[in-house]
Structure formats: structure tokens, C-alpha cells
Design a protein around this ligand. Sequence first.
Ligand code: ADP
Ligand code: MG
Length: 248
Amino acid sequence: MSAPGTVPMIRMAGVDKFFGPLHVLRSIDLEVPQGQVVVVLGPSGSGKSTLCRTINRLEPIDSGTIEVDGQPLPAEGKALARLRADVGMVFQSFNLFAHKTILENVMLAPVKVRGTASAKAREEGMALLERVGIANQADKLPAQLSGGQQQRAAIARALAMKPKVMLFDEPTSALDPEMVNEVLDVMTSLAREGMTMLVVTHEMGFARRAADRVVFMADGEIVEDTTPEEFFTSAKSERARDFLGKIL
Ligand code: ADP
Ligand code: MG
């Protein structure tokens, strides 16, 4: 939980979400203090992606409240665009614009949404590509890059908006195994630099190494919310132990 007197970066309280009759998020309470790295684990279909998507309102919720940096999520319009700028998201599929260069992909949102001058967006974009180790790919099209490079470009693109929080939904699941680490390394350095992060992943090494906290979900509920150490050595619930038995 957050230190007294500080506003958590993410605060979800009593959040429920249905898809038709399917109750996919069940009374979710989750607070993520600024600078914390939370890894979300759980079996397929447990609601991890939906949880992420509610935080930048890609999915509306049916009840409860969500606040980012103390502000309730706006429903629409400019306020929603601003919220989405504050909450960066990286998906399994890289979702880069195929007909724009890597640098153009990174510059686009700052220019269009933040109103950053093009020269400044270019300079900051190049610095970000440098940071994720692909500055030499700036003028290439996404298809000319490896999967790992494309995902690093997607991270740079999200960072270009200077987000307050980064959400990662299985960012390495679509990658060939030899490219997983280059993406996890970028995420690990981001974590060390103090970014608030919510990361859905099956990479247990990353969870052990980079997470401050593990949230385990099953059937739309948060079943465990603890330290990585505690989770991996002495998970309390049957469902978490069963999950760990299959994955480790
Ligand atoms: P996870 O990411 O943990 O695998 P999801 O959040 O993707 O789980 O899905 C949770 C449940 O919600 C699953 O049963 C899934 O089939 C269902 N679901 C997800 N998205 C939709 C949707 N757009 N419409 C209907 N059902 C959905
Ligand atoms: Mg998912």
C-alpha cells in the first residue's frame, strides 16, 4: 500500500467487469504506489489483460472506481486522450504503424496529442531509441526489424508520451526465445529508473528479479498479493500452488 499522505499511482476499488454473463473482474481492489513494479500472474483467461485494459479505459467497467494519480478515469474526449497519454501500454503484438519509420512511429503521438514541435519530438525520439538500443534502426520500417527490436520500438513509442505509468501485457509472448531478454532488459532498466509498472508476464525470472510485488489472479479475482519471494517460496492458495506447479 502507499505511504500515508501520498496518492497511489493506480487505485482500483471494488472494480467489476462483465462480458455479457461472464464476470471477468470480481471486486478488484488494487493500489500501486508511485515507482512500484507489480507483476501480474495467473492462468489464461483469469482476467489479466482485461485488468490492464480497464486502467486506460480500453474497457469500461461496470462498477467500482479507478483512479490514476488521484484522478478518476474520464469517460471520453480530451480528458480521456490525456489519461491515455499518461498510461503507456505495450501489448504482445507490437502494433507499430507499418508504413511509418521507427522514428516516425515514436514521434507521432507527441506531435499529435501532446503538441510537441516536430524538431523536439525528433530529438527526444532519437534519445529514446538510443535508450532502448535501436537508434541505428530509426529510418527503417517496422517489418525490416526483428521482433525484439520492434517491441523495443513499441516501448520507446509509449515512453515518448512521458507516461506516469507503463502497462505491459505479455510483451515477450510473441517473440522468438532469443529475443526475449533484450526486451526484458529494457523493462528492467525502466523499473530501476523508477517507472511505475504493471506487467503481465509468464517470465518468472523477470518477476523474481524486477518485481516489487506479485499479484496472482484466478477467475477474475486477486487471489494473492505479496512479494515475489513469498509468492515463489510459500504461495498460500491452492490455485497459486497449482499454477506454479505447472509453470516452474
Ligand atoms: P487473461 O489475459 O488472463 O488470459 P482476459 O482478460 O483476456 O484473460 O480474459 C478474461 C475472460 O474474459 C476470458 O474468459 C475471456 O475469454 C473473456 N474475454 C476477454 N475479452 C473479451 C471480450 N472482448 N468479449 C467477451 N469475452 C472476453
Ligand atoms: Mg491476456
